[in-house]
Design a protein around this ligand. Structure first.
Ligand SMILES: *[C@@H]1O[C@H](CO)[C@@H](O)[C@H](O)[C@H]1NC(C)=O
Length: 294
């Protein structure tokens, strides 16, 4: 909790309720592997990749619907061959997954952000964009909003991708499975940078990604409760007890749809929907694509 919360919390208990969602790393997350590749500087968490190992962390709890946000400052200088990922995923062979993958580059060349959506164990829905800022110079926020109507990927609150629920057209939608929140950093020089042509230069290791301002605003799933009960509790649309189930979050706002249009026109470099080599038959959800506006 930020310091001011503690002070305000003594005065008014409800103020504490208002700020618990922006928590310290250790309240929400735990390192998963390579614990010696983590460093903590106040609220900052740094994860490094070197020739020995990458590193990764995960949320302590699982969630069904909500919004997760982290601030990340990506690897400075030469990051070619590296991938830093921030994602949500459920477990099992028919898992759902929402990915942000930050593909490194040589010094001065732009990072690429790859997003992907897995539904019932099947991915292959990559989109790639470059950013309208240098993500290695400062912290920027990366969010995933997930409700029963849409999955929205946001960069500094600007939507960069929407995956809408089109079950009414017979297209499966990722729902009903609780998801953890994850981040990791690893070497992927077989594909990440310029299609794998540029390899990781270990002379420039360690490669460090920094994190700040962890927020999870979601319906927590307890493993002490049966899956069906978690589902009922977290997907109660009737009383709209969760803010992400409010009608305003069932699609993008007009302003957001303009923002997404701008991103797609100016920053998108790859969209699986228009890759006819990979998909001679256009994927169904692409045919009905309307950029999220209802
Ligand atoms: C790296 O920079 C090159 C040259 O600007 C660019 O073509 C490429 O898309 C960038 N990103 C990756 C991940 O290769």
């Amino acid at each position: 909790m930020p310091k001011w919360c503690v002070v305000v919390g003594i005065v008014a208990a409800f103020a504490v309720m208002g700020c618990v969602s922006s928590s310290r790393f250790e309240e929400l997350f735990q390192p998963d592997w390579a614990l010696d590749h983590f460093t903590y500087e106040g609220e900052l968490v740094k994860m490094k990749l070197d020739s020995y190992s990458g590193a990764g962390f995960s949320s302590k709890r699982k969630y069904m619907y909500g919004k997760v946000t982290v601030q990340i400052k990506l690897i400075e200088g030469d990051s070619a061959g590296t991938v830093t990922a921030f994602y949500m995923s459920s477990d099992g062979p028919y898992h759902n997954e929402f990915d942000f993958e930050f593909l490194g580059n040589t010094t001065g060349d732009p990072y690429l952000v790859q997003t992907n959506v897995y539904v019932n164990g099947v991915g292959n829905r990559e989109q790639r964009l470059n950013l309208w800022f240098d993500p290695t110079k400062d912290f920027h926020s990366y969010s995933i909003l997930w409700n029963q109507r849409q999955v929205v990927f946001l960069v500094d609150e600007t939507p960069v991708r929407v995956h809408s629920n089109m079950e009414h057209k017979g297209i499966p939608y990722p729902k009903g499975q609780s998801m953890g929140v994850y981040s990791s950093i690893w070497n992927a020089d077989d594909w990440a940078t310029q299609g794998g042509r540029v390899k990781t230069d270990w002379a420039h290791a360690p490669f460090i990604a920094s994190y700040n301002e962890f927020q999870i605003n979601g319906c927590e799933c307890s493993h002490r409760i049966a899956a069906a009960d978690n589902m009922r509790r977290c997907s109660s649309t009737a009383n709209k007890q969760y803010w992400w189930d409010q009608p305003t979050h069932s699609g993008l706002s007009l302003h957001q749809s303009h923002q997404l249009k701008w991103v797609r026109a100016n920053h998108m470099v790859y969209d699986y929907c228009s890759d006819t080599t990979r998909f001679p038959a256009t994927p169904l959800e692409c045919l009905h694509h309307h950029h999220g506006r209802h």
